[in-house]
Ligand binder design. Structure first.
Ligand SMILES: *Cc1c(COP(=O)(O)O)cnc(C)c1O
Length: 317
């Protein structure tokens, strides 16, 4: 279980490791949405995504361990490597042979060891489990972990400090750690505040699980919102019930709608974000999200391949 006191404690704990990120209005998106739209610029967080909040909180809560490990190559792996280095702890990021060399280099550049095992994400995860069992490592998962959720929740506290009259928050949704934490923080102060989750149509595991009434697996498909891919875990304990309880609306976007969000944020608002972070803008542009009261979009990360970003800006659909 996660309660608001955990999020308040996390905020005190992680202050030295994370930045307070800026918020700014978006006049162009406000005009399209029908009411004031604010951008929470969490893509300017250290390591390029909000995940540092959860990883930092989890690392700082550890007792004596040999090191930390996880099987994520994306923003969580990056965040965990950074937080571990700041604490002088060894970090091993377990990856499969399918992970390209540039990602391994990025992990090593953050001071962590990329450990290549097996031909699938499952086998990589098996190595992380082994490190936990045999070598005294702490396994920090990307979302379904109370300390991770509490850390992500600090973003919700920050939003309400910065935009006290926020009426709704639009949150990119994958495993649900971000949404669960932010929603718990925001609704404990403002029970009437609306929480809107946004995922891609292609392979959204949380959306499929909510429809099924229990965690289910979906086929993973390539998507521009790559940080929103992956399952929620058939053994999900925390984020599935929290998202089910705390989320008011769910919006799903096509690939073209996500691309339009990336393009609009770059060309109209001057913000370079990855696909996962562009879903709020994409939803407004698609006419799927309107508001007459202050709406906050969480720009959750900026880690997109520069060539890919440039190619999206050149498209005109
Ligand atoms: C991880 C991530 C998300 C989704 O967070 P969950 O806690 O898995 O729902 C959204 N945006 C970015 C940039 C991410 O890295």
């Amino acid at each position: 279980m996660v309660v608001i006191a955990d999020i308040l404690a996390a905020r005190d704990r992680i202050g030295d490791l994370v930045r307070v990120t800026p918020v700014r209005p978006s006049p162009s998106l406000s005009a399209l949405a029908g009411g004031p739209v604010w951008l929470k610029c969490e893509h300017r967080q250290e390591t390029g995504a909000f995940k540092l909040r959860g990883a930092a909180n989890a690392v700082l809560r550890l007792g004596r361990v040999a090191g930390v490990t996880t099987a994520s190559t994306g923003n969580h792996g990056r965040a965990l490597a950074h937080a571990a280095r700041a604490q002088g702890l060894p970090a091993i990021i377990c990856v499969s042979r399918l992970v390209p060399q540039n990602k391994l280099d990025a992990i090593a550049a953050l001071g962590a060891e990329p450990r290549v095992t097996g031909d699938s994400q499952d086998e990589a995860f098996g190595e992380a489990l082994r490190l936990k069992r045999d070598e005294g490592f702490a396994l920090i998962p990307p979302f379904d972990h109370a300390d991770v959720i509490a850390g992500q929740g600090t973003l919700g506290l920050e939003i309400l400090d910065q935009i006290p009259d926020a009426a709704s928050i639009a949150i990119p949704l994958s495993g649900g750690g971000l949404l669960a934490g932010v929603a718990l923080a925001a609704k404990s102060r403002r029970p009437d505040l609306r929480i809107i989750g946004i995922s891609m149509q292609r392979g959204a595991a949380m959306a499929a699980s909510l429809s099924a009434g229990r965690p289910v697996e979906v086929t993973e498909l390539e998507t521009l919102a790559d940080s929103l891919g992956g399952g929620i875990g058939l053994q999900n304990r925390l984020t599935f019930p929290m998202v089910r309880q705390l989320m008011d609306d769910l919006i799903l976007l096509t690939e073209d709608e996500i691309a339009a969000g990336i393009r609009h944020l770059a060309l109209e608002d001057g913000e370079t974000v990855e696909g996962a972070a562009a879903v709020g803008a994409g939803a407004i542009l698609a006419g799927k999200l309107r508001t007459d009261a202050p709406l906050v979009l969480i720009l959750s990360g900026r880690n997109i391949d520069p060539d890919r970003h440039a190619a999206i800006l050149r498209q005109t659909t």
